[in-house]
Design a binder for this molecule. Structure first.
Ligand SMILES: CC(C)(COP(=O)(O)OP(=O)(O)OC[C@H]1O[C@@H](n2cnc3c(N)ncnc32)[C@H](O)[C@@H]1OP(=O)(O)O)[C@@H](O)C(=O)NCCC(=O)NCCS
Length: 319
């Protein structure tokens, strides 16, 4: 198996593997991967995307990419074609890409969420390389079969309304406060600061960063002391609605606001004729799991979040 940098590959060589990947994630996760495929293809065409390709003769059969994001480097897909799985290729790619990324002086923090990885064994390579990590779940609800009963009950003093463009600052604050001190904030720089949360919210709402934003299913909660909760939803594929983020500020969690936000989103997905709803959540987020279980979501895929800081830095996970 030939191993070479992704920068040396041409789109003519790797295009078929990217097509196979997009079809795979659409079928497996109900995730329309065409925007990601186009971005990866653009990086390959320009010769600017870092990563590794494994080829069987001249034909690429597996690849992995990584890219710099503000304050971190992110490892993207770790994908092997159907006939080449279970042979240790993803593990080999993870190991090589971790080494390549760390060798870059600008890389002080490296993160990977292995949802788009075709071999669970690759998670072990992150652990062995000194990453902190936690299991995560990609959950799915079949709206046609398991649509949750019950009407949203909104506690007195709270009001749910559509998310407006000038709510994005408030939404980011809610997301930040809801995750402060959590495993998610330790492993994912997205949640680490208010400004990172603002970039995340803007990316979801204004730049279709996780599928097209769905204003019908998204809501902001106004409480007696100001904005108290938010749910941001998107269309991840033609028939799949995705809960990109649901957050309630700590002082009013556990009062049914998260449930109300979810029921409204699921009803909006149903009205739009969608067949499924999906979301991802950290395995030990017990309150969120109780809520999703109650609504009928089931674990569809297990994956993991991994993060590494260049020593003497160290990822500190809350107990
Ligand atoms: C997860 C989160 C959005 C839930 O919002 P919430 O307002 O706290 O949730 P709710 O009160 O509606 O429901 C959650 C709790 O109520 C329970 N509950 C609500 N309605 C219920 C009902 N009718 N019957 C039984 N249980 C019910 C849930 O099982 C759960 O139990 P708990 O209070 O014992 O923990 C919120 O806790 C949060 O923002 N957490 C931090 C951010 C986060 O983790 N987001 C999700 C990432 S995917």
């Amino acid at each position: 198996m030939r191993d070479r940098p992704l920068r040396e590959a041409s789109i003519r060589q790797i295009g078929a593997l990217l097509d196979e990947e997009a079809a795979h994630w659409e079928a497996d996760l109900h995730w329309d991967f065409s925007a990601v495929r186009a971005a990866v293809a653009g990086g390959v065409e320009r010769g600017t995307l870092n990563g590794r390709v494994l080829s069987d003769g001249v034909r690429p059969v597996a690849y992995c990419y990584y890219l710099a994001d503000s304050g971190r480097t992110i490892v993207g897909s770790i994908f092997a074609g159907r006939r080449h799985r279970g042979k240790g290729l993803e593990e080999q790619l993870a190991e090589r890409v971790i080494a390549d990324a760390r060798a870059e002086s600008g890389c002080g923090r490296l993160e990977c969420q292995t949802l788009f990885c075709t071999a669970p064994g690759a998670n072990g390579r992150f652990r062995e390389a000194g990453f902190a990590g936690r299991p995560r779940h990609y959950m799915l609800l079949d709206l046609r079969r398991d649509f949750p009963a019950g009407e949203p009950q909104i506690p007195a003093g709270f009001r749910l309304r559509p998310v407006r463009r000038n709510d994005l600052h408030a939404a980011a604050e809610i997301v930040y406060r809801s995750h402060r001190g959590s495993v998610d904030a330790a492993l994912n720089l997205t949640y680490a600061t208010p400004s990172a949360c603002r970039t995340f919210v803007d990316t979801l709402v204004l730049r279709a960063g996780c599928g097209r934003f769905d204003p019908e299913a998204s809501r902001l909660i106004e409480g007696p002391r100001g904005p108290a909760g938010v749910l941001l939803a998107s269309r991840l594929a033609r028939t799949n609605g995705h809960v990109c983020q649901v957050s309630v500020v700590p002082e009013v969690q556990g009062h049914g606001l998260g449930l109300a936000l979810m029921l409204i989103a699921l009803r909006a997905f149903d009205r739009q004729g969608l067949a499924t709803a999906t979301l991802s959540v950290t395995g030990d987020n017990e309150r969120a799991h109780r809520l999703y279980d109650l609504l009928g979501f089931r674990v569809w895929r297990e994956f993991a979040a991994h993060a590494w800081l260049r020593p003497p830095g160290r990822i500190e996970l809350p107990r």
